[in-house]
Design a protein around this ligand. Structure first.
Ligand code: FAD
Length: 665
C-alpha cells in the first residue's frame, strides 16, 4: 500500500466557488492509502508547491493526488514538484475537478460529490502506480515545413537563420502561396510582390534551405525528434539543373496560343500553355509540363518544347521520385483557399462572368495579371463604372451551406480593393453590402474609415438576397438597407464576392499522417489555445499561418516566427526525454496474432520468436515486441489485443478498471 498525500486546489474561486474544497479534504482522508490531505488557494503557485514538497518529506509520501485543473495544464508542474522532493514523477495523479467538475456544474452539493468521486478514482489508481523511468532519444537537427506560402517561407527563413537545416515541401510548381497572387496589401498598401519576392529568392539561395516544389508528403512515421518522411517529387518533365528559365518553351507551346487550359494562378481568368511557370517571379524559375493536357503526353505528337529548348532541359521520360528524409520537427503551413461557390446560386457566380471573387479581382488589378492591371468586365472587356461588393459570402453562417466563423480578412481586403479602384478610376461608384465591419488590428480601423471618409465608398449595412443578370449585360442586385429599413434594387456592372476562407484541400490527409488534430472546420488545433498556440497536441508538430485559422499577413508572419522559435528550441537539444508510459507485452498471453501491430499508428510493434516459460508453458513462440522509442503510449494496442497480453505502463488495464470500480462503488 502507498502512503498517499491528497492536495485539493481552490484555484481562486474557479474550483472553490462550486466545490466545497474543505469537505473534499475531509472525505478523502479515509480512502485506502491516504495519510495526508490538505487544501490550498493555488496549488500550482510557489507556496503551493512548497507545501507539497514539505508534506512529501514530513509524511514520507510515496504517492500524490492533486485535485486541480486539467492534467494538460499542470501535470508537468506537479510531476517536477514531486521530483524535487525525491519522488518518482509517475507516482503523481491529477484529478481534474475544474474543467470536468466545477466549471460544468452549478449545484454545489453535486459538484462536491463529483469532486470526491474523481479524487477517489485517482487515489485508487495511484495505489497501483509504480515508478517509471523516462528514456532518451536523439534529435535529428533538421526541420520540415509543409507549404511554401508566406507562413512556410517565414518559418523556414527564421529556422535557417538560426543555423538549422530546413526543407520546404510545396505542392505547386512555385513557392509564394496566395500572397503571390495579390497586387497590394493592407494595411499599408505596399506592393505584395515587392515584399514577397525577395523572401522567395532568399529561401531559394539560403544555404540551409532545400526546396521541394511540385512535391507532396506521402507518408510520415516516427516521433518527435525522429520523424521519417516520404516525399513524392512529382515529375516536372524538365531537368531543373539544366533549365535556365528563359521561357522559350512556354512562348512556343502551341496550346498556349489557344489559351484553352485555364491558369490556376489566374483563377481561370486566362489560359496558359501546357508547359508553364505559374507566374513570372516563380521560385524556382523552372517550368513544369502539365501531362494531362500536353499534346505530346496525350498523343505522342508535338514535342515543340523539346525541339526549341536551347539548354536541352525537357525530359519527357522523367519519373516521380520518392525520397525519405529524417526530421526532428515538422511545421504545417498549408494555408487556405476560398470556399466553392456552387451552393450560392443566388449570387449568379456560375451564371455571369462579371460576378467574381475577391481573389479574381486581385488578379484583375495586378499589373502582371490577365488584363495587365486594367480593371475590366470579363463579359465585354469594358471598364465597370459601378461595382457592388458583397461581404460574408459563406462566413458567419448558421446554415449548413457556409462556415460558422468570421474569415477575418475580408472587411480589410474589401476596403483595400475599394480604395485601389478609386485611386485608379476615381469616378467608379462602389457599394459595399456588409453585416458588420470588423477591423481589429493596428491601423485597421483607420484604414477602413479612410475608405468611407476620403474615398466616399458607400457602405450599406444589409444583406444581398439575389444577383440577377440582365439582358443588357448589367447585374441587378436585390438587397436590404437595414439602417434605413428599405429594400434596395441596384443595377451594377460588376459584383465582387468576399467568399469565406477554408483550410486548403488535403489538410485532413496531412493531419492524419501527422496524427495532428483538426477542429470541426478542418483548421489545425493548437495544443492550448492561449498558452501553446503554435504547437499541435502531437509532440514535434507545429502550426504556422492560415492552416491554423483565418489570419492576415502580419499575424501570419508573427505566428511563423513563433513556430520557428519553438522548432529551434527543440532542435537545439541533443536528446529528448521519452515518455515511459509505453505499451508492454506479456509473452505468456501473446499468441502473435498481429492485431496490435495492425492498429499501432507509430509502427512501434514487431514480432520475434521468444522462449516463453510459465505455469505449464515452456515453448518457443512468436510474440509482440514494443519499440519504446517509437511507442507514444496511445493505448490502441491494449484495447485491440484479444488475449489481454498488451498493457500500457502507467495506464494498465488493472489501474483503469480499479479507477472505474471506485467511481461506480
Ligand atoms: C482576396 C484576399 C486578399 C487578401 N489580402 C490581404 C492583404 O492585403 N493583407 C493581408 O495582410 N492579408 C491579406 N489576405 C490574407 C493572406 O492571404 C493570408 O494571411 C496569407 O496568405 C496566409 O499565408 P499562408 O502561408 O498561411 O497560406 P497560403 O498563402 O495559402 O500558403 C499555403 C501554401 O501551402 C501550399 N500547400 C497547401 N497544401 C499543401 C500540401 N498538402 N502540401 C504541400 N504544400 C501545400 C499551398 O500551395 C500554398 O503555397 C488576403 C486574403 C484574401 C483571400
Amino acid at each position: 500500500m502507498q502512503r498517499i498525500g491528497v492536495f485539493v486546489c481552490h484555484c481562486g474561486t474557479n474550483i472553490a466557488a462550486t466545490v466545497d474544497v474543505k469537505k473534499v479534504v475531509e472525505l478523502v482522508r479515509f480512502e485506502p492509502g491516504v495519510v495526508f490531505a490538505d487544501d490550498y488557494m493555488y496549488m500550482c503557485s510557489e507556496a503551493g508547491q512548497e507545501k507539497i514538497v514539505a508534506a512529501i518529506k514530513e509524511h514520507d509520501l510515496t504517492g500524490l493526488v492533486i485535485c486541480s485543473c486539467s492534467p494538460r495544464m499542470h501535470e508537468k508542474t506537479f510531476r517536477s514538484c514531486a521530483e524535487k522532493a525525491g519522488l518518482n514523477p509517475y507516482m503523481v495523479e491529477v484529478a481534474n475537478i475544474r474543467e470536468q467538475c466545477s466549471w460544468i456544474h452549478k449545484d454545489r452539493e453535486e459538484a462536491t460529490e463529483k469532486a470526491v468521486i474523481l479524487a477517489r478514482a485517482a487515489i485508487a489508481k495511484v495505489n497501483l502506480n509504480t515508478p517509471l523511468q523516462e528514456g532518451e532519444s536523439p534529435v535529428t537537427k533538421r526541420a520540415l515545413i509543409i507549404g511554401g506560402g508566406i507562413a512556410g517561407i517565414q518559418t523556414a527563413l527564421d529556422i535557417a537563420d538560426a543555423g538549422y537545416e530546413v526543407d520546404i515541401v510545396e505542392r505547386e510548381p512555385s513557392i509564394g502561396g496566395r500572397m503571390s497572387q495579390f497586387d497590394k496589401t493592407f494595411p499599408t498598401l505596399d506592393c505584395a510582390s515587392c515584399i514577397l519576392t525577395p523572401k522567395m529568392v532568399e529561401v531559394n539561395q539560403h544555404p540551409n534551405i532545400t526546396l521541394y516544389t511540385y512535391s507532396e508528403v506521402e507518408g510520415v512515421s516516427g516521433y518527435v525528434g525522429n520523424f521519417d518522411v516520404k516525399i513524392r517529387k512529382k515529375a516536372r518533365s524538365v531537368d531543373m539543373a539544366a533549365c535556365t528559365g528563359c521561357g522559350e518553351c512556354q512562348a512556343k507551346c502551341p496550346l498556349g496560343k489557344m489559351g484553352k487550359i485555364p491558369s490556376e494562378f489566374d483563377r481561370g481568368l486566362r489560359g496558359r500553355s501546357a508547359i508553364y511557370m505559374p507566374f513570372a517571379q516563380a521560385v524556382p524559375a523552372v517550368p513544369v509540363i502539365d501531362r494531362e493536357n500536353c499534346t505530346y503526353f496525350k498523343t505522342g505528337k508535338c514535342g515543340v518544347c523539346a525541339k526549341i529548348c536551347p539548354s536541352k532541359a525537357i525530359d519527357y521520360e522523367q519519373k516521380d521520385e520518392i525520397v525519405t528524409v529524417k526530421y526532428g520537427a515538422i511545421v504545417v503551413a498549408t494555408g487556405f483557399d476560398i470556399i466553392n461557390l456552387d451552393k450560392y446560386g443566388e449570387y449568379a457566380y456560375n451564371e455571369s462572368p462579371d460576378v467574381i471573387t475577391s481573389i479574381e479581382l486581385e488578379r484583375l488589378m495586378n499589373a502582371s495579371g490577365p488584363t495587365g492591371g486594367h480593371l475590366e468586365r470579363m463579359s465585354d472587356h469594358k471598364q465597370p463604372k459601378d461595382i457592388v461588393f458583397i461581404q460574408c459570402v459563406g462566413s458567419r453562417c448558421d446554415d449548413e451551406k457556409g462556415k460558422p466563423y468570421c474569415s477575418k480578412v475580408c472587411c480589410m481586403y474589401t476596403a483595400k480593393h475599394a480604395m485601389l479602384i478609386k485611386d485608379h478610376w476615381p469616378d467608379t461608384n462602389i457599394t459595399v453590402f456588409y453585416i458588420d465591419v470588423r477591423t481589429p488590428g493596428k491601423n485597421f480601423d483607420e484604414f477602413y474609415r479612410r475608405a468611407v471618409e476620403q474615398y466616399h465608398v458607400n457602405y450599406v449595412k444589409g444583406q444581398v438576397g439575389k444577383v440577377i443578370p440582365q439582358p443588357d449585360g448589367s447585374l441587378l442586385v436585390q438587397g436590404v438597407d437595414l439602417l434605413d429599413n428599405k429594400q434596395i434594387m441596384k443595377k451594377t456592372d460588376m459584383v465582387v464576392l468576399a467568399a469565406a476562407v477554408e483550410p486548403n484541400k488535403g489538410v485532413r490527409k496531412i493531419a492524419t499522417m501527422l496524427t495532428a488534430s483538426i477542429d470541426n472546420n478542418d483548421f489545425l488545433t493548437e495544443a492550448h489555445a492561449k498558452l501553446r498556440p503554435v504547437e499541435s497536441p502531437t509532440a514535434g508538430i507545429f502550426l504556422s499561418g492560415m492552416a491554423q485559422g483565418p489570419k492576415d499577413i502580419p499575424e501570419t508572419v508573427s505566428q511563423a516566427g513563433a513556430a520557428a522559435v519553438k522548432v529551434v528550441g527543440l532542435l537545439a537539444k541533443d536528446k529528448l526525454k521519452t515518455n515511459p508510459c509505453t505499451a508492454k507485452c506479456d509473452p505468456m498471453f501473446c499468441n502473435g496474432c498481429s492485431t496490435c501491430a495492425n492498429v499501432c499508428p507509430y509502427g512501434a510493434i514487431t514480432y520475434e520468436d521468444q522462449q516463453v516459460r510459465g505455469p505449464g508453458v515452456n515453448e518457443t513462440r512468436r510474440v509482440a515486441v514494443v519499440n519504446n522509442a517509437l511507442c507514444q503510449g496511445c493505448g490502441a494496442c491494449t484495447s485491440a489485443c484479444p488475449s489481454g497480453a498488451m498493457d500500457l505502463q502507467g495506464f494498465s488495464n488493472r489501474q483503469i478498471t480499479t479507477e472505474v470500480d471506485s467511481i461506480c462503488r
